[in-house]
Design a protein around this ligand. Structure first.
Ligand code: ZN
Length: 282
């Protein structure tokens, strides 16, 4: 199943068609794209037998971030070996930070260039389906509602301005977390642990990897995080990026106003974001 946020309303996407969940369920489930995760298993049960014949064509330009304001957003740094190597940080354990929720934007939204050194990071994003505390790696996928595509836009000057890195701030300017275009449930994917992921800038491939190359897999990340924190339904995990970021190139390359960023994951979909001069409206 694919679920999306179409003009602020929860929909199920089937091919090029969408079904409004509140309408199709006669109000049993609301229109809020986030609230559905609090009743995720009930929702999945309904969707499996629901009459979706009222599906209609929709304009993809009206898709917004499928999860616009999660309770918690975890982001993982240094989770692919080649990416760690390109930054000279090999053999360090992954690190955890956040992208503040105000940075979330839609799959086709323009991203304002805030100045500085603007970089790209394609990432698989995991959506949590139910409360998770000290879960085992073996059972971790039972806590995954679905997967989506994320772009961890990063401004490197802010990130590295001080003695210690400011990951969360440098990655949280407005529009720095494009996501979507929808959430795909794991059963839709042949192997949800091995998906090709790619980032292109103005059509040129800059990142090209597979999620099976993660140092800590989706399952081990959920087990590891939930040893310390409680994960809630609808929480997001940006799972790290493969090699090929602009900061790791020699000489370094960064995004400029007018650049087109394409962020794609096999079996899920793609984001298209244009870098624009500000200021964009709040
Ligand atoms: Zn990242």
């Amino acid at each position: 199943m694919r679920i999306a946020n179409l003009s602020g309303r929860l929909v199920i996407v089937t091919g090029s068609l969408a079904v409004d969940v509140e309408t199709a369920s006669y109000g049993a489930f609301g229109s809020d794209p986030q609230a559905v995760f609090d009743r995720w298993h009930e929702f999945v049960g309904w969707a499996a037998v629901a009459d979706l014949t009222s599906a209609t064509p929709f304009d993809q330009a009206h898709l917004y971030a499928p999860m616009p304001c999660p309770r918690q957003l975890f982001a993982i740094g240094l989770n692919y070996r080649e990416h760690s190597a390109e930054l000279g940080l090999i053999d360090e354990a992954p690190i955890v930070f956040t992208k503040f929720a105000s940075s979330i934007t839609g799959p086709y939204a323009d991203v304002e260039h805030p100045g500085g050194e603007l970089d790209w990071e394609v990432e698989l994003v995991v959506v949590i389906s139910r409360r998770a505390r000290r879960v085992s790696e073996a059972s971790a996928w039972d806590y995954v509602a679905g997967l989506t595509v994320g772009q961890d836009v990063s401004e490197r000057m802010t990130q590295y301005a001080g003695l210690l890195p400011q990951y969360s701030l440098g990655k949280s300017f407005a529009g720095f977390a494009p996501m979507g275009p929808w959430i795909v449930t794991p059963d839709e994917l042949v192997d949800p642990t091995d998906l090709a992921l790619e980032c292109r800038v103005n059509g040129s491939v800059v990142q090209n990897g597979r999620t099976s190359e993660m140092i800590m897999s989706v399952a081990s990340l959920i087990a590891w995080l939930s040893e310390t924190v409680t994960l809630y339904p609808g929480d997001l995990i940006f799972t790290g990026t493969p090699a090929g970021v602009g900061f790791g190139m020699s000489p370094p390359q960064f995004l400029s106003v007018g650049d087109e960023l394409l962020t794609r994951i096999e079996g899920i979909g793609e984001l298209r974001n244009r870098i624009v001069a500000g200021p964009l409206p709040d």
